[in-house]
Design a protein around this ligand. Structure first.
Ligand code: COA
Length: 476
């Protein structure tokens, strides 16, 4: 090709590209101009994010209910299907008030409706079929195979309602353990949390945060919302699976990071490095060492001798090191070659934190918090559950809420920790067992009065109606 032709072609190409990007910019501007205005209805008064989404909630215990409670908080209509008589087993577990649903149940089942149904009966399955056809999502966390044994295979559900999303929590994903039943601590152990939690010379520990149950419920909720979003494009439902082992491992991501770093040398931010204790083949338990690149530990504060929570988490973040030196009374450390730079400090972390602790022990955890935050030094007071329950700012944001319940009275709960500006959460009490059975059969599933009578007479929703007492027969 002649040089001239080549030049003309390149010019054409440049011009075409410029026209294309000008067009894209114009479209973007038009879209912005057409964009909806900020709601005039005020903070959180413009409906609910998941308004119109119906959930068949076949969950129990903690992992599944955490998920469906989140969806209910965002406005989904969550219909909890429970076994007649007992319902979700947690209703009766760890009961503190006689004959009232336990806090275990009430704190995981807000904003839901309850229908009792024997899913293994013929009439019960008739109701379930109608529920599947009416709802958008089925959520369950039964033991592996239980849903299939009930007759609710994915193929059957899909044939009844191809738009339905079927979401499950299981202990393990496909593999050698997939048939196993799993509870919180089993997942913490199998997902890598326990092997990396605790003190190096102590046994593995489980954490108080329910990362196996509630953590997996959170993961599942995201999977469901994503599947609903994809359904807008495909028109089709899909299966969503969250294995608790996977959920825990996901939350232990930084420990798998450290496992691979071990191949390249010791983990220098772990205090055991400074103590000259060799590393083994697997990531060790790191006690309270920081999981990130900024060294941190828990230090005693004033009153630690009698108060089990008089402690503070202290992070020696590099950018504020000089401020830390001034605050604790070691200004010479700012320029001393053993302390001035982070790599020089790593082998001396034990000594450094002991010095900082001599300072924190002269103050309460809240004094340390205030003094450090004045200089942007990141610290965290160890707050007890009592302190959290009484914290006014958490009450103010609705993260801690007081709920009234007809049989147990007032109790505290954790509200929705996720705040949406157009979809605020009102926390409504959990349902009594079967409280909404009639309402759901009639108003939601549109069974006629005679059909409802038939379903009830079969015993599918609970106690069979009592047969009239036999007439006394006079003795001959
Ligand atoms: N009507 C009739 N039967 C019902 C029913 C209803 N409304 N609801 C549940 N059932 C039946 C199930 O079909 C199942 O019967 P099957 O075993 O004959 O098939 C039975 O009740 C028990 O269900 P299962 O899930 O096995 O309960 P479990 O109490 O024995 O086990 C778990 C509890 C949590 C260990 C188990 O469900 C599990 O491993 N789930 C997955 C992982 C999980 O979520 N774990 C964390 C829980 S917080």
């Amino acid at each position: 090709m002649a040089k001239k032709d080549k030049k003309a072609k390149a010019k054409d190409k440049r011009e075409k590209k410029a026209r294309k990007s000008a067009k894209a910019a114009k479209t973007k501007l038009q879209l912005v101009a057409k964009a909806p205005k900020i709601s005039k209805k005020g903070w959180g008064q413009d409906g609910k994010a998941l308004d119109g989404v119906k959930i068949l909630d076949f969950t129990h215990v903690q992992s599944g209910p955490t998920c469906t409670q989140l969806l209910a908080w965002f406005g989904a209509d969550v219909i909890k299907v429970e076994r007649p008589g007992t319902g979700d087993i947690t209703r009766g577990q760890l009961q503190d008030v006689p004959n009232a649903d336990s806090l275990y149940f009430t704190m995981l089942n807000h904003n839901k409706r309850s229908i009792t149904l024997d899913s293994k009966s013929k009439e019960g399955m008739k109701v379930l079929e109608r529920l599947v056809k009416t709802c958008d999502v089925l959520v369950e966390n039964f033991a592996p195979g239980a849903l299939d044994r009930m007759g609710l295979t994915w193929e059957r559900i899909h044939s009844w309602n191809p738009r339905m999303v079927v979401a499950s929590v299981k202990g393990f994903g496909p593999g050698p353990y997939e048939e196993c039943k799993v509870y919180e601590n089993v997942a913490q152990c199998a997902g890598g949390s326990a092997s990396t939690t605790g003190f190096r010379d102590g046994i593995p520990l489980v954490t108080g945060a329910q990362i196996g149950d509630s953590g997996t419920g959170l993961h599942l909720a995201l999977g469901i919302v994503s599947a609903l979003y994809q359904r807008i494009r495909t028109g089709r439902g899909q299966r969503v699976l969250c294995a608790m082992q996977d959920g825990v491992l996901n939350l232990c991501r930084v420990k798998l990071r450290d496992q691979q770093r071990l191949a390249h040398g010791p983990l220098r931010e772990y205090t055991q490095f400074g103590e000259d204790i060799p590393f083994g083949e697997a990531v060790p338990r790191a006690a309270n060492d920081s999981g990130g690149g900024q060294p941190g530990v828990i230090l005693k504060c004033k009153g630690w001798e009698t108060d089990p929570n008089a402690y503070i988490y202290f992070i020696t973040q590099a950018p504020v090191w000089e401020k830390i030196c001034d605050l604790i009374g070691e200004p010479a450390w700012k320029t001393h070659p053993d302390y001035a730079k982070p790599p020089a400090r790593l082998p001396r972390l034990k000594e450094i934190f002991e010095r900082i602790e001599r300072w924190t022990m002269t103050k309460t955890k809240f004094e340390v918090m205030n003094e450090c935050n004045a200089f942007d030094i990141p610290v965290g007071p160890i707050l007890s559950m009592k302190e959290l329950a009484e914290e006014p700012s958490l009450r103010h944001t609705g993260t801690v809420v007081e709920v009234d319940h007809p049989t147990r009275g007032k109790y505290l709960s954790v509200g929705n920790p996720i705040k949406l500006s157009d979809s605020i959460t009102e926390v409504k009490r959990s349902p009594l067992l079967g409280e909404h059975t009639d309402e759901i059969l009639g108003k939601v599933l549109k069974f006629t009065a005679s059909e409802i009578a038939e379903i009830k007479a079969s015993g599918a929703t609970g106690q069979m109606p009592k047969a009239p007492a036999p007439k006394a027969v006079a003795a001959e």
